[in-house]
Design a protein around this ligand. Sequence first.
Ligand SMILES: Nc1ncnc2c1ncn2[C@@H]1O[C@H](COP(=O)(O)OP(=O)(O)OP(=O)(O)O)[C@@H](O)[C@H]1O
Ligand SMILES: [Mg+2]
Length: 505
Amino acid sequence: MYKDGNLYVAHSSAGSIHLIGKMANRHGLIAGATGTGKTVTLQVLAETLSQAGVPCFMADMKGDLSGISQVGRLSGFIEKRCGEFGIDPAALKFEGCPVRFYDVYGEQGHPMRTTIASMGSMLLARLLELNDTQTGVLTLAFRIAEDEQLPLIDMQDLRLMLDYVAKNSDRYSTMYGNVSAATIGAIQRALLTLSEQGADKFFGEPAFDIFDLLQTENGRGVMNILAADRLMLQPKLYSTFLLWLLTSIFEKMPEMGDMDLPKMVFFFDEAHMLFKDTSKALTDKIEQIVRLIRSKGIGIYFISQSPSDLPEAILGQCGNRIQHALRAFTPKDQTAVKAAAQTFRPNPAFSTEREILELGTGEALVSLLDEKGAPSMVERAKILFPLSQIGAITEEQRKGINNASKIAGKYDTAINRESAAEKIIRQREQALAAEEKEAAEREEAEAKQKVTKQQKPSKKASKSILATVATTAITYFAKTFATQLARNITKKSTTKKKTATRKKR
Ligand SMILES: Nc1ncnc2c1ncn2[C@@H]1O[C@H](COP(=O)(O)OP(=O)(O)OP(=O)(O)O)[C@@H](O)[C@H]1O
Ligand SMILES: [Mg+2]
């Protein structure tokens, strides 16, 4: 509840507890066993920031955060708390917050996409857990794509680009060094794993403009809610998404001095999923971004069951702590409780370790940073109730919000403009067509040659023809001559006989 310029979030026996605005970007942790009130605490913090005009981004794991968009109502639980906190229930102004829903898969909200090129080779290499040689080759593929104007937008672009580099490796090895087929194969396999988790949906256009998250409506910070029920089952894609989001915000936001309120706050529920089976390189990168992003006025709050779910280096940066009840059934649980208790500045009035086990629903041990940035002494407190609805909204309500959203239509339909894949396929087709044309021309020339050869008689053949012609001519002349001679002889003898007969007479 934002009251008199204060972010009022909890109430202890000593009075109201406020999150100090200028310390809200010093990150935080909300921890506790299942059902102890973590999500409602997140909702209370987020709606209080919204009332103060601070936009937030939150990953909604079970759909229950969507209720922040609706007007809440008085319940027996809230009425009781009002009594304990000295609040007049009749004076409560229940209200919802301006909300935009997002969904990487594009089903429950506006899709959020980015391009392979803006993800960058270094970030992608970390996500794919590539070794140095593979990272070198991936970086090379990005450079060749840029030099040869082959835009890398989606997964298909990158797959074909790597294939293109492999096929033309001779051409590039003189300029950039050796590119082995085995290395390209290893990168392709890592890409396949990412693809199987649904990354094909995440990489594409229209690319999301990060400034769409930094909006206010009627003085209220917009609550950007990512439907993450499906996404959280794909840890690799979830961390890809988170890292992209934080890196883009970090790169695009200007450096901020001390501010009365943060520019924006991120809440990551079920944060243990982010660090599950995550490589050291990736954890280091997340840790680095978390550390640096503070100077841009951005606060990050992790929500998880136990503080031990977060890497030590990240936990150390979470100055604002809200610890709900923990259970200690096993020796391992007891160690976790002890470790959680030790992260607080002790309060001489009680044993932190014992209190953690005794907290009721919506109750927590709270230690927020004071004006000087030092952790305050731990207090046992009751978290305020939200003024928005607790629990999920209906499908109809969600649809209504999506349709009425100011960015409706901006990202909803994917565009597939000509990029590396299409260009490479066209080049391949052109090369194939040229090859086919050449082969066809060669065949045609060979066939022509054959025909000419058949039409032109051979020397031997010419000789025999000549001989035949000559023989025929000789025979003809000989026959004609003989006939003529015979005729002449016959003629002469006839004449002689006639003369002799005449003489006798
Ligand atoms: N501050 C609060 N004000 C009012 N009701 C609360 C508060 N905290 C918790 N509750 C009640 O307790 C229920 C469980 O809380 P919540 O869903 O926040 O638990 P959780 O720790 O997030 O559980 P899970 O680990 O299962 O996600 C809520 O649905 C709500 O009814
Ligand atoms: Mg929860």
